[in-house]
Write a protein that binds this ligand. Structure first.
Ligand SMILES: [Zn+2]
Length: 410
């Protein structure tokens, strides 16, 4: 399954119909949510998707005939989405479902079937809305599954097309220590790898913050409910959108560099608890700016498509506190420490590169079955750990060549 996103250019008539679909889908979602809540309060039992479907069908005949104007499958998709939201909530993956607002953020609805995309005429046809002009910049082959129509806060329309292309992912290559690179996220750098390469953090948000502040201040001065306020709101949304686009672009380029162009076949990353970290005010903006979570998910699928491996290590491994040379573990490692000398082996290490090397070693230990890859006993090791300690850790892999130099990354 692959997703393609196309910009839509609906005419006035089509736009009205799309908006109607947004409205009805949102209405059904909110209605079902309140039905569920009321039913639970009354009976202590939950209302199933099936029950809701039946209720919906009968209310279309009686009190809500206007729902017939839109694609009925889109309304059922709303119920399915609510169902999914509840099951995510019960699994502890999401918060309790909330009512969807008319004026907030993105609007969307789904078409599970009967969508056709014509590359010849450059149009997308949806149930009840035929021939919407679209910029079909990328062709695809395969079966169209679900199509989601969206409107951005800045007022642009898109179709996200999920395609079943029936291509199975290539078998991933064998994990080889010499072709494995650890990646770490930094604050001064977007990406640090265990080979010592650092990618600058583009800091889109920081650069655009001033612009955002100016537009937001203007917004705060506008009268609530006025046309001027609505206009200004869109302007703020445009600034946000530009930041998001540039960030997306950057992530696409960086992941392509790693997963497609580089010779490295296995990447090791830390599965950071982004949400927890974002709570830390000082770090939050920088972390969000880097968008580590999005970066990881894009890298993940690109690796799968290209037969490469992405190994995630647990988030509680002390990657930045351990000396990669000898395994000495520091009590604490404040963020201000950028470079440190290991008190045990006197190895002088760059904080971020050292962490990336540990991430690589932890991941290799996990996946290749070494009991503990990063040296557990500093005392024992410190005897042999001389000034060349950085290279010494490689002996862990027997005759394998040093991973730090072997792979020739781009
Ligand atoms: Zn050390």
């Amino acid at each position: 399954m692959r997703a393609y996103k196309y910009r839509l250019y609906p005419n006035q008539e089509q736009r009205v119909l799309i908006e109607k679909h947004f409205g009805c889908s949102r209405h059904v979602y909110n209605w079902a949510l309140s039905e569920k809540e009321a039913h639970y309060k009354e009976t202590g039992k939950s209302l199933s998707k099936r029950d809701l479907q039946d209720k919906l069908v009968s209310s279309k005949k009686t009190d809500k005939p206007w729902l017939k104007e839109v694609n009925s499958q889109s309304l059922l998709a709303s119920l399915a989405n609510l169902d999914k939201a509840f099951s995510n909530f019960f699994k502890g993956l999401a918060k309790f479902p909330r009512f969807k607002k008319k004026y907030a953020g993105w609007q969307s609805y789904q078409c599970p079937q009967h969508v056709s995309i014509s590359f010849d005429s450059g149009t997308v046809s949806l149930p009840k809305i035929k021939g919407i002009k679209a910029k079909l910049h990328r062709p695809f082959s395969g079966k169209v599954k679900t199509v989601t129509i969206k409107r951005s806060p800045s007022g642009k329309y898109f179709a996200s097309v999920l395609v079943d292309d029936d291509i199975s992912d290539p078998v991933p290559t064998v994990i080889e220590p010499e072709n494995t690179v650890g990646l770490d996220v930094g604050l001064n750098h977007m990406l640090i790898d265990s080979q010592g390469n650092k990618t600058d953090n583009p800091r889109f948000l920081k650069n655009s913050l001033h612009r955002l502040a100016v537009e937001q201040k203007k917004l705060s001065r506008k009268q609530k409910g006025s046309t001027g306020r609505a206009k200004q709101k869109r302007k703020v949304a445009v600034v946000h959108e530009r930041i998001a686009n540039r960030r997306y672009d950057f992530i696409q380029k960086e992941t392509a560099r790693l997963a497609i162009k580089s010779h490295v076949t296995t990447f090791a990353v830390e599965d950071l608890n982004i949400k927890g970290m974002v709570k830390n005010r000082k770090l939050s903006r920088a972390i969000q700016d880097v968008s580590w979570g999005t970066f990881l998910s894009v890298l993940d699928y690109k690796c799968r498509w290209n037969g490469k491996n992405l190994i995630r290590i647990g988030r509680f491994r002390p990657s930045s506190k351990v000396c990669n040379g000898c395994g000495y573990k520091a009590e604490s490692m404040p963020l201000s420490v950028r470079e440190w000398e290991c008190p045990s082996c006197h190895n002088l290490a760059d904080r971020d590169i050292n962490a990336a090397m540990n991430i690589r070693d932890f991941a290799l230990a996990d996946s290749l079955g070494h009991s503990d890859c990063v040296k557990s006993s500093p005392v024992e090791r410190s005897v042999s750990a001389d000034s060349t300690a950085k290279g010494a850790d490689i002996s862990q892999y027997g005759s394998q060549k040093a991973p730090t130099i072997a792979a020739s990354a781009t």
